[in-house]
Design a protein around this ligand. Structure first.
Ligand SMILES: *Cc1c(COP(=O)(O)O)cnc(C)c1O
Length: 242
């Protein structure tokens, strides 16, 4: 069964390389984060057999269940979906990366928990570049102030910004979301705290990762192009999506 994963994966890698070539970028500058939400642990095992060892999940409890089921494998977990402050304790137990930081309250709760455990965590700040109500993330105009408030949370290792593009068929509008994220990153690199690392741009999914790479993505989060279509439409996961 892992044969389909391996061949899909080869196709995704080829598409990443082609997009990098078009954009004059080194393919090694783009990290593929396979997204395993809704997949059973056995399917993630197949993905591991196909050579993958870091997985993205959008729900912390689902992710934790899989992390426990696959505790025998040396895999890492990245939580890429909204986290409620009262679920911080679940995340810090198994995740090595969190890509949906979007409030100071959450930053504080994460930092407190991590400090107590003597741990640290890689984080990406999520920005709502499409300004859709259904999406989480900071409004673009709030990111600079947010970034300035982050250094006190010393257990959080800032790695960059994350966004989901607008749900639309219109590639110009999709591209604009990625451009907006990059523009915010450029400001942070110029005006932000020199100790913070804003070089990461996590943007692009199955439907739009090539556009994201052309616009500077350093992490693409890809589920369906590797694992096949999910049984439920995206509106199930993101109310308001088409
Ligand atoms: C599900 C998900 C993805 C991947 O979407 P695909 O369409 O399966 O590629 C990327 N980012 C986030 C935040 C997700 O929840």
């Amino acid at each position: 069964m892992s044969g389909d994963i391996a061949s899909n994966l080869a196709r995704v890698h080829a598409r990443i390389e082609a997009a990098c070539l078009r954009a004059g970028r080194d393919p090694a500058s783009v990290r593929l984060l396979p997204v395993t939400k809704t997949l059973p642990p056995d399917r993630v095992r197949e993905a591991y057999a196909a050579g993958l060892d870091c997985f993205g999940e959008n729900k912390v409890q689902e992710a934790r269940g899989k992390a426990e089921a696959l505790a025998d494998l040396p895999v890492r977990w990245s939580v890429i979906g909204h986290l409620q402050t009262n679920k911080v304790k679940y995340l810090t137990r198994f995740a090595s990366e969190f890509q949906a930081l979007d409030s100071l309250r959450l930053a504080e709760a994460l930092d407190r928990r991590l400090q107590a455990a003597g741990q640290s965590l890689d984080v990406f700040v999520q920005v709502n570049t499409s300004r859709e109500e259904s999406k989480f993330g900071l409004p673009p105009e709030e990111v600079m102030a947010f970034a300035k408030a982050l250094p006190v949370f010393t257990a959080l290792r800032v790695r960059g910004l994350m966004t989901l593009a607008i749900f639309s068929e219109d590639t110009i509008r999709i591209r604009q979301c990625f451009r907006d994220l990059r523009a915010i990153q450029q400001r942070l690199l110029q005006e932000g705290d020199a100790a913070q690392n804003w070089r990461g741009l996590s943007m692009g999914m199955s439907g739009d990762f090539e556009i994201a790479i052309e616009e500077g993505a350093t992490v693409v989060r890809v589920g369906q192009a590797i694992f096949g279509p999910r049984p439920l439409p995206d509106s199930h996961y993101w109310p308001g999506a088409q």
